[in-house]
Design a protein around this ligand. Structure first.
Ligand code: SAM
Length: 268
């Protein structure tokens, strides 16, 4: 009998309808190479193996080895990597799509790690509240740092909501399958600078952007006085908006302008 580990987010899918929904959303083709994070008992893995050219699964819990072994015997296109997905070098794995019922406690870091590595398309399970924040638009209550950082790199869409009864053991909250497709809509000059700016801004989501950034100036490695002067020189209309009303595009443009300005200033 497998002992479920809450600390590893072990809520295994038992309702196959949602396995098929994830697979359908990923539009799998015979030559797709798929990465899955978290094997569980392999309910999703098996369906991926039936459809894709190659399937790589990263699983941290060696106690699930017996489930892995029965699948390995059946499917020659399956590779299991026994490791922490947050520590694995994803660039060394050859995949183009990601399909996974993610362990919720690593939702944020694994999503951005996957985006850094790049992929064509992914369908991932998240807690519903997290999924809502991923897709939220400016001006809404769910719009925040997660929405901006994600949407600056990708389009995200909720495919369906998933009730607790679809899992065993049942989680306390609803989940959602989210389809993510990276885009190249925006050119971000310096990703780290952009992320720092967005983080700093959303520490004060209801303030005007100029004020919020000054209060969080240390996020950009500047003193309040220095940043105040720079923002006054830049004279950007976006600075006069409330943080939660600033669109993704406006964040990107402001970040690029500010980054260039500071680079130029440091050169002098
Ligand atoms: N795919 C299975 C399913 O749908 O039933 C399992 C999903 S379960 C929500 C998450 C799985 O991820 C568990 O098997 C858990 O042991 C594994 N896991 C948790 N943290 C992990 C990590 N850091 N790296 C790799 N796997 C992890």
């Amino acid at each position: 009998m497998h002992k479920y580990k809450k600390s590893l987010g072990q809520h295994f899918l038992v309702d196959k309808n949602f396995v098929y929904k994830a697979i359908e959303g990923a539009n799998l083709k015979e030559d797709d190479k798929v990465l899955e994070i978290g094997l569980g008992k392999g309910i999703l893995t098996e369906e991926l193996c039936k459809r894709a050219k190659k399937v790589y699964v990263i699983e941290i819990d060696k106690n699930l080895e017996s489930f892995a072994n029965s699948l390995i015997n059946k499917y020659k296109n399956l590779n299991i990597i026994w490791d922490d997905a947050l520590k694995v070098n994803l660039k060394e794995i050859d995949y183009n799509k990601v399909v996974a019922n993610l362990p919720y406690q690593i939702s944020s870091p694994i999503t951005f790690k996957l985006l850094d590595r790049g992929f064509d398309l992914s369908v991932l399970m998240y807690q519903l509240e997290f999924a809502k924040r991923m897709i939220a638009k400016e001006g809404t209550k769910d719009y925040g740092r997660l929405s901006v950082s994600l949407q600056a790199q990708a389009n995200a869409e909720i495919l369906c909501k998933v009730p607790p009864s679809a899992f065993y053991p049942r989680p306390k909250v609803w989940s959602a399958l989210v389809k993510i497709e990276p885009h190249n809509k925006y050119k971000i000059l310096n990703k780290e600078f952009f992320n720092n700016l967005v983080r700093g801004a959303f520490q004060h989501r209801n303030k005007f952007l100029k004020k919020a950034l000054i209060l969080s100036s240390s996020e950009l490695g500047l003193s309040r006085e220095e940043l105040k002067k720079i923002l006054e020189d830049i004279e950007d209309k976006t600075l006069e908006k409330k943080v939660f009303k600033v669109s993704v595009e406006e964040f990107v443009n402001l970040s690029n302008k500010l980054y260039e300005y500071i680079k130029e200033r440091n050169r002098k």
